[in-house]
Write a protein of this length. Structure first.
Length: 712
């Protein structure tokens, strides 16, 4: 079997845990009418940190008779082994081949994932261009911010989604629920949906489709992974779009209009689900958290509920002004991570780029934060912005020297290179030359020679590669395929190849403000070209544009943003019921003849069986992989809470070394299991040879993998 072959090759690769899919909260369905494979074209730990990817997973699985599975890409070492043994890409949930799915959908966050898209198709043994596919091949769909310029993908994809997935994904799935449609007929039906490009049928232009408000936000509990993702958080989106309209920021314009979620519903969802989720951090997702209506009472009351569970609160996007400090006081209660701010550049240039923040405001907030006990601060800056001069670099240096005087033991600078992106006022701007970017980085390092200041920079070659894919035309489809077969994949990981050589195969983009741009040929955007042109001229003159929450610049006409003030002062009517819990530690042991990979594989089988039998598993710690000594536990620290319907099963320790599980007869008798009229499916033998009956349909062979030890 492919599944067995896959697990066998894991013994030859680094970090096999990332490929095992040992998780809490995934979904299994029996005999669905539609199966869909949702692929994140990167490593597992990166894909599982992406909020939009998990949102589509749970949204699709909320639809009756639809089963959405997930797929991720193997790293170079596993790729080599899979290709040697002709093992295709396999889904996480059922280890199915991609060709078994009628629809494969990709989430593309950045253009640097384009070559990974080609990699995934090639590993799945699916033709790389839509013109080469036939009736037996899946329909290949992609969406995400990288599709804001779909031109490079027009020869690759069958369908391209332009806009919000909550609107488009359910409509797409309804087409696939129609059993009598062949591949061509499905494409015809998909072409009727506004927001979808269908290149095989020559539908090459569509409107961007958006959720008009977030009042009916789709809420879900994220999957808790055994192998830690990049961001281990219970993430919840609280705002989409941004009211400020920074002129360099693609996300701020692509996700317009600025929309706030229903904080009442989100509050209820978090306090009911987060304490039992296993996560130790709740992340509030937005582009500018401090601008949301009632954010202060919302966070204050949220922390009141989360603090007893030792769950912290994080907001990755805080605007630096006087209103930020009360939020810092709230979120610092549990643990203090690094304070993160993004001034972007020196004070003189900020007004031109639409981010008019004064240095004195930054320093005032940081002085107060230091007094509260914060020790680490991180700044994000960009080099190569329009109108940048040497003076702007000197102002960055002066600001950091003032921050150093405040006394933070750790100061980090993340210095990226400005990349002109579609649908922004700077979309016509020529990118800064590579030589100049290296010189500017060198200038900053030379003038900030302090031990406690850590400076990380982006490689200018990689930034230029991203720019060419970001603003590329249809010709880049063939270039993507060529780049992949030259070995260029996982483009975000710059240490894997010669970036200078990579850049040499990518043609420069010819951007002319007087001509139609590649992305304008395919997308009818709500914000017109005239608005972006006017904003570009305003930036030269240092003319500020009013932010959405203080007025309307009529970029999309009057979008009538309405703010609702939520009352979080009284919460007497919300009661959180504390469930009684009996916790047990499960140690998975193995014999001399067993390999580490075999024991891990059996562990995954066991967890999958529990889910099929509707037994709730609660993970409260990560799984630790440890193969230093043989004949000892390889996977430790599983903490499970077992419930099935109204029957509570308890497990007592026999002998951890013998790895036997005992189910207490008294407990079963107390819960009337022995007198249940339901047919008995399985019998289990205890250490004193008494027969204990249970309605669990778990194989004894799997049960015997575990020894149980009650936690004090």
């Amino acid at each position: 079997m492919l599944r067995d072959d896959f697990f066998e090759v894991l013994k030859f690769v680094k970090q096999p845990q990332r490929y095992l899919g040992i998780e809490k909260g995934f979904i299994l369905k029996e005999n669905p009418s539609v199966k869909v494979l949702l692929i994140f074209p990167d490593l597992y730990e990166i894909g599982m940190s992406h909020y939009g990817f998990q949102l589509l997973y749970f949204l699709g699985n909320s639809i009756k008779d639809v089963f959405v599975e997930r797929g991720f890409l193997p790293w170079f070492d596993l790729k080599e082994k899979m290709e040697e043994r002709e093992i295709p890409l396999l889904s996480i949930e059922t280890s199915s081949e991609p060709k078994e799915f009628p629809l494969i959908s990709f989430t593309l966050p950045t253009p640097l994932h384009f070559t990974n898209l080609i990699y995934a198709l090639n590993l799945a043994k699916i033709p790389l261009k839509w013109s080469e596919r036939n009736e037996k091949d899946p329909i290949i769909l992609a969406g995400g911010m990288a599709c804001s310029n779909p031109a490079p993908l027009l020869d690759i994809l069958d369908v391209i989604a332009i806009g919000d997935g909550e609107i488009l994904f359910p409509k797409i799935l309804e087409v696939f629920k129609e059993k009598d449609l062949n591949r061509f007929k499905k494409l015809e039906e998909l072409a009727k949906i506004e927001g979808l490009l269908v290149p095989p049928l020559n539908k090459l232009k569509t409107k961007r489709v958006i959720v008009k408000d977030l009042k009916e936000t789709f809420l879900f509990t994220p999957i808790l992974t055994a192998f830690p993702p990049v961001h281990m958080r219970f993430t919840q989106e609280i705002m989409r779009g941004c009211p400020w309209g920074c002129r360099f920021c693609q996300a701020g314009f692509w996700y317009r209009p600025y929309r706030e979620a229903n904080l009442e519903e989100i509050f209820k969802h978090i306090i009911e689900k987060a304490p039992q989720s296993g996560f130790k951090e709740v992340g509030l997702l937005s582009l500018s958290s401090s601008d949301i209506s009632s954010i202060f009472p919302f966070c204050k009351n949220l922390m009141d509920y989360l603090e007893p569970y030792k769950i912290s609160l994080s907001m990755p996007s805080l605007r630096i002004d006087s209103t930020t400090f009360p939020l810092l006081q709230i979120i610092q209660k549990i643990r203090k991570s690094a304070l993160t701010f993004a001034p972007e550049t020196g004070e003189s240039l900020r007004k031109k780029i639409g981010k008019d923040i004064k240095d004195k405001n930054i320093l005032e907030v940081l002085i107060k934060a230091k007094d509260l006990g914060w020790k680490r601060v991180k700044f994000y800056f960009m080099l190569g912005l329009p109108f940048e001069e040497e003076r702007d670099l000197k102002e960055i240096i002066d600001l950091i020297k003032e921050v150093k005087k405040i006394g933070f033991p750790s100061i980090s600078l993340n210095i990226s290179n400005f990349i002109p992106k579609p649908w922004t006022p700077f979309q016509w701007h020529k990118m800064e030359e590579i030589k100049n970017l290296f010189e500017k980085q060198k200038f900053l390092r030379k003038n900030l020679p302090y031990k406690n200041i850590k400076i990380s920079t982006s490689n200018p070659y990689l930034s230029h590669i991203e720019e060419r894919y970001s603003r590329g035309n249809k010709k880049f489809g063939d270039i993507l395929i060529k780049a992949y077969f030259k070995g260029y994949l996982f483009d975000n990981w710059e240490e894997n190849y010669d970036l200078k050589e990579y850049l040499s195969i990518l043609p420069e983009n010819e951007i002319d403000i007087k001509k139609e741009l590649p992305w304008e040929e395919n997308i009818e955007f709500d914000i017109k070209k005239e608005f972006f042109s006017k904003e570009f001229e305003n930036s030269k003159k240092e003319i500020a544009t009013i932010p959405c929450h203080k007025g309307c610049s009529f970029c999309m006409g009057d979008c009538k943003i309405l703010k609702k003030e939520y009352n979080f002062e009284k919460r007497e009517n919300i009661i959180i019921e504390e469930k009684e819990k009996n916790w047990y530690r499960f140690l998975n042991t193995y014999k001399d003849k067993d390999s580490e990979i075999q024991i891990i594989r059996r562990s995954k089988n066991c967890i999958t069986t529990f889910y099929k039998d509707e037994i709730i598993l609660e993970f409260t710690q990560n799984i630790i992989y440890n193969s230093i000594e043989k004949n000892k536990a390889v996977i430790e620290k599983y903490l499970y809470d077992f419930f099935k319907k109204k029957i509570k099963l308890t497990v007592t320790l026999n002998n951890a070394q013998n790895s036997k599980t005992i189910i207490s007869e008294d407990n079963l008798q107390e819960n009337n299991v022995l007198n249940n009229e339901k047919p008995i499916e399985t019998s289990y033998k205890t250490n004193d040879n008494n027969i204990i009956n249970s309605d669990m349909s778990i194989d004894k062979a799997i049960i015997d993998l575990f020894g149980a030890e009650q936690i004090p």
